[in-house]
Design a protein around this ligand. Structure first.
Ligand SMILES: [Zn+2]
Length: 404
């Protein structure tokens, strides 16, 4: 077994992780890039508004994707491309979340995969002021690349992993993961079961995900939110905030740069320059952009929702899933499937409780979720799996092949 994996990178149209609009993938065999796959993706209807913050980062607009293939077609290629490999990404939690949520918005089963994050590997291996991909690439003396072009990012994170493995003197993804003590994370549904098992035994510490234990300071003008709100969010996710950088600051969010301009060699304000000096002097401080701050927060929110969901989760699928299923699918499988799972009271307009975890159904989630009164892809997945078990129990014949 050599150094084999697939590196993946997604861009999204908006803050919804179900809105994949571009993907790049790179296959590595024995430490060499041997194949690449990249495409634009047309997001599902209702998930296809391109928000300015996202466009500023990746420069992809609706016009670029309007004749691109939709997710089911892209996923078909991508799933084959990935095969049984470990998925590698820089901030893999984001890329895996986009993969799972975009599948969820199209009723495609979550794939059983495991992922490994080069951001975490880099943090465990080298000491630099920012672990944003351009900084890691520069530090490891890898070729410069066009950050936020998905294929370029996937290739860069692949080269980062290869370089870190060489530094560690290991020859497989599993050995690198063990050596740096960065775990490979199985896809969510399996992890959910693990969390659920833990939660029934543990107490109710439900805050503290995205910024648990971190001391966060902001500098420069934030573009996407006011500073007071950003500080509140830090506290909601288990962190503390500070007015100015001190010896205890662990994260400095800079509003003066975005994901494209924050790179080695840029001209920094005196406050940032001071922060860089503090890192050089040995302080554990990481400098991140506002976009990275928001991504981290969204992932933290999902983690929290997953934990809450696991805790409040119902154990039995609602009865209508069986009563509405009749004798099973007729001519049109998807028509039958979606009618069987639909909530009897009709499409949620937003705010109704999720039938699985009780969290409010967001007004801006995909109609598939609103039809079922589920809060998102994860509760939808629980509903689907539960329904399959119930149909099987009731002797309703559904061929599993329909889902694949
Ligand atoms: Zn839910």
């Amino acid at each position: 077994m050599g150094l084999d994996f697939v590196a993946l990178d997604f861009e999204t149209a908006n803050r919804s992780h179900a809105s994949a609009c571009a993907v790049g993938a790179v296959r590595v065999r024995d430490g060499q890039v041997v194949d690449e796959y990249a495409t634009l993706v047309r997001p599902a209807e209702e998930l296809d508004d391109f928000e300015p913050g996202n466009v500023r980062v990746h420069r992809i607009t609706f016009d670029d994707v309007k004749s691109a293939p939709g997710w089911p077609e892209v996923y078909g290629h991508l799933r084959t491309f990935i095969g049984d490999d470990v998925v590698v990404g820089h901030n893999a939690a984001f890329d895996m979340s986009v993969l799972l949520n975009t599948c969820g918005a199209h009723d495609i089963e979550f794939p059983a995969l495991s992922s490994l994050c080069t951001l975490q590997l880099a943090r465990a291996s080298i000491k630099i002021p920012s672990y944003s991909l351009p900084w890691v690439v520069e530090h490891l003396q890898l070729p410069a690349f066009d950050h936020h072009d998905p294929l370029a990012d996937a290739r860069a994170s692949a080269l980062v992993l290869i370089a870190l493995a060489a530094r560690a003197g290991v020859h497989s993804v599993a050995d690198l993961s063990d050596y740096l003590r960065v775990p490979r994370i199985p896809t969510w549904t399996e992890r959910d079961d693990m969390l659920f098992a833990q939660l029934s035994a543990e107490s109710d510490d439900l805050i503290g995900t995205g910024f648990a234990g971190e001391v966060v300071c902001f500098t420069g003008a934030l573009k996407m939110m006011v500073r007071d709100r950003a500080r509140e969010l830090v506290v909601e996710q288990g962190g503390k905030w500070q007015e100015g950088v001190t010896k205890t600051t662990s994260i400095l969010v800079t509003g003066d740069f975005d994901e494209r301009t924050f790179r080695p060699g840029a001209a920094f304000s005196s406050k940032l320059a001071k922060a860089f000096a503090q890192v050089d002097a040995g302080q554990k401080l990481e400098i991140i952009t506002e976009e990275a701050f928001i991504t981290r927060m969204t992932i933290g929110e999902q983690e929290l929702r997953a934990r809450l969901g696991a805790r409040n989760a119902r154990t039995k699928v609602p009865d209508w899933v069986v009563s509405q299923a009749g004798n099973g699918p007729g001519e049109d499988f998807w028509d039958w499937y979606r009618r069987a799972l639909a909530h009897p009271s009709g499409r949620a307009s937003g705010g109704e409780p999720c039938i699985w975890c009780n969290a409010p159904v967001p007004a801006k989630t995909h109609w598939i979720h609103r039809d079922r009164h589920v809060c998102g892809a994860y509760c939808n997945e629980r509903l689907k799996r539960g329904a399959r078990r119930a149909w099987h129990r009731e002797g309703i014949a559904v061929h599993v092949a329909e889902w694949e």
